[in-house]
Write a protein that binds this ligand. Structure first.
Ligand SMILES: Cc1cc2nc3c(=O)[nH]c(=O)nc-3n(C[C@H](O)[C@H](O)[C@H](O)COP(=O)(O)OP(=O)(O)OC[C@H]3O[C@@H](n4cnc5c(N)ncnc54)[C@H](O)[C@@H]3O)c2cc1C
Length: 478
């Protein structure tokens, strides 16, 4: 593609565009931009460009396009598949969107906000709250991931059950194309059937088709009441039925439904000081559930609580749940969510872990967990299977931890075969080997292996139309 020699002329020109603080070249400054969150990939680059405006992004991409220099868009660099960092050839320009962090407009009546790609997700939630609105996208990395990254990975998280993935929350986009032109699809229309809906090409494209610079995001009314409960559910086969019953009993008010295995809870209690088990009851499975209600007549909070208590009583009598802790204060809500949020990190602290972010039809979640667990336990006696996550969406983080006594290195030596067993089962069950984290570099081989040939052909053709010289985040996805 291009010469791997440091191109000081190009760096100087980028500095002319983005200002002296707009380019990083020193090893210590660029290092965090060249390694991914899980440190599975450490690359190299020509420099890190930090533009402040769409025009600056466009000018930098135009320069790179003229010289066929690859560009790697980066947001908060919290992605889990290695999509946001360059390879090790050293010839790419990383374009960090971090300085494009303005909320251009918040229209409370249209229920939208127009935001730049570098806005941190949590800041957008806060801005919506300040305007008495809800921005429902929520995930563990929300304190550092950015909306451009969320859109480029079509992020999921805990609110998908009610509000959908990132894709479902967008009305319009502004994108810098691979030749440096700006595609302006930045409208806030809820109805617009004027030909192909091009914005959806860029959502979930992981920076391989263009750079998202701004978006119009949907806002929602803030719920008048919210209840959070932690339940002991002895049988995995009862979990999805519990969700369906909860949706019916609440008038479809279930806004989160997260599965936690006992093993996960044990590791959280072991590795995180100050955490405590919410229930004394020891059972293989727990569910953390949240109900949110609109304004309703009378005291919405009391009404929601009564409905939830009566639902829990019924499930208790049916033997589906054996214990439950209802959060009585905001502090208790936070305590319960903390158990869920630190679950992946507790696994990392325990030692070697191999992670699968998979989905199956919601009706087959328990079948998948049972079959997958039996498969891996028979393959490697002592392996600790650790399924958790957003099961309300059919999304299971089917992670496994090393057997006690095995070294991390030895365990990681089995990475490929454990992936293969798990993903083969997922595909046999009409599922997806990447539910919400994307493809990046980590799962490119899996896409090539499991992807439908016609899907792959169409993706390649779209790529060649939008990025004929292959400069947009090369080596990712396809
Ligand atoms: C603790 C933790 C919890 C997480 N929980 C979840 C979860 O529940 N659900 C979920 O879906 N993910 C989750 N993730 C993964 C990650 O946070 C998301 O994928 C997030 O959306 C990435 O945003 P980012 O700004 O960090 O993007 P980055 O990591 O910087 O980039 C991700 C990809 O998008 C591209 N990109 C970034 N910005 C742009 C842009 N402006 N234009 C074009 N391309 C761009 C990059 O090139 C890369 O391919 C979690 C990660 C962590 C560390």
């Amino acid at each position: 593609m291009t010469s791997p020699q440091p191109d000081t002329d190009l760096i100087g020109k980028i500095r002319d565009i983005a200002g002296s603080g707009g380019v990083l070249t020193e090893a210590a400054d660029v290092a965090p931009f060249y390694r991914d969150h899980r440190e599975l990939f450490v690359g190299a680059g020509l420099c890190v460009a930090r533009p402040r405006t769409t025009e600056e992004v466009a000018a930098i991409v135009r320069l790179c396009a003229e010289r066929r220099v690859p560009v790697v868009p980066q947001g908060g660099n919290t992605g889990l598949v290695g999509g946001s960092v360059p390879d090790d050839t050293g010839n790419a320009v990383v374009i960090s969107l971090a300085r494009m962090n303005r909320i251009r407009e918040l229209d409370a009546v249209n229920a939208t906000m127009t935001v730049e790609a570098g806005c941190i997700l949590q800041d957008l939630q806060d801005a919506a709250r300040d305007a008495d609105r809800l921005f429902p996208l929520s995930l563990g990395a929300e304190g550092s991931c950015m909306i451009g990254g969320n859109l480029s990975t079509n992020a999921g998280g805990i609110g998908v059950l009610k509000y959908g993935n990132a894709r479902d929350l967008v009305l319009g986009l502004e994108v810098v194309l691979a030749d440096g032109r700006v595609w302006n699809g930045l409208n806030g229309l809820r109805k617009d059937n004027t030909g192909y809906d091009l914005k959806h090409l860029f959502i979930g494209a992981e920076g391989t088709l263009g750079i998202i610079t701004a978006a119009v995001m949907k806002l929602y009314p803030r719920p008048a009441a919210q209840e959070t409960v932690f339940m002991a559910v002895p049988r995995i086969e009862d979990v999805m039925g519990l969700l369906n019953d909860a949706r019916a009993a609440s008038g479809d008010c279930v806004t989160a439904f997260e599965l936690l295995p006992r093993l996960g809870l044990d590791l959280v209690l072991k590795h995180f000081e100050g955490t405590r088990a919410p229930l004394e009851t020891v059972t293989p499975w727990y569910v953390l559930m949240q109900w949110s209600a609109g304004a309703g007549a009378g005291d919405a909070e009391a009404a929601l609580r009564r409905a939830l208590e009566s639902f829990l009583e019924g499930r208790f009598e049916a033997g589906v749940i054996t214990d439950a802790a209802l959060a009585a204060s905001e502090a208790q809500v936070k305590e319960l969510w903390k158990l869920r949020e630190v679950l992946p990190e507790s696994q990392t602290r325990e030692g070697g872990s191999i992670k699968h972010d998979v989905s199956v039809p919601v009706s087959r979640v328990s079948e998948f967990i049972n079959r997958g667990t039996a498969l891996l336990e028979s393959h490697m006696p002592g392996i600790r299977v650790f399924p958790f996550g957003h099961v309300g969406d059919g999304n299971i983080h089917f992670n496994v931890t090393q057997p006690v006594g095995m070294t991390k290195a030895e365990f990681h030596g089995h990475w490929e075969e454990i992936n293969r067993l798990t993903h083969d089962l997922v595909m046999e069950m009409d599922g997806s080997f990447s539910a919400e984290h994307g493809i990046g570099r980590l799962k490119r081989g899996e896409l090539a292996r499991y992807g439908d040939p016609l899907d792959l052909e169409l993706m390649r053709r779209i790529k060649s139309v939008l990025d004929p010289d292959g400069i947009m985040n090369p080596g990712k996805v396809l």
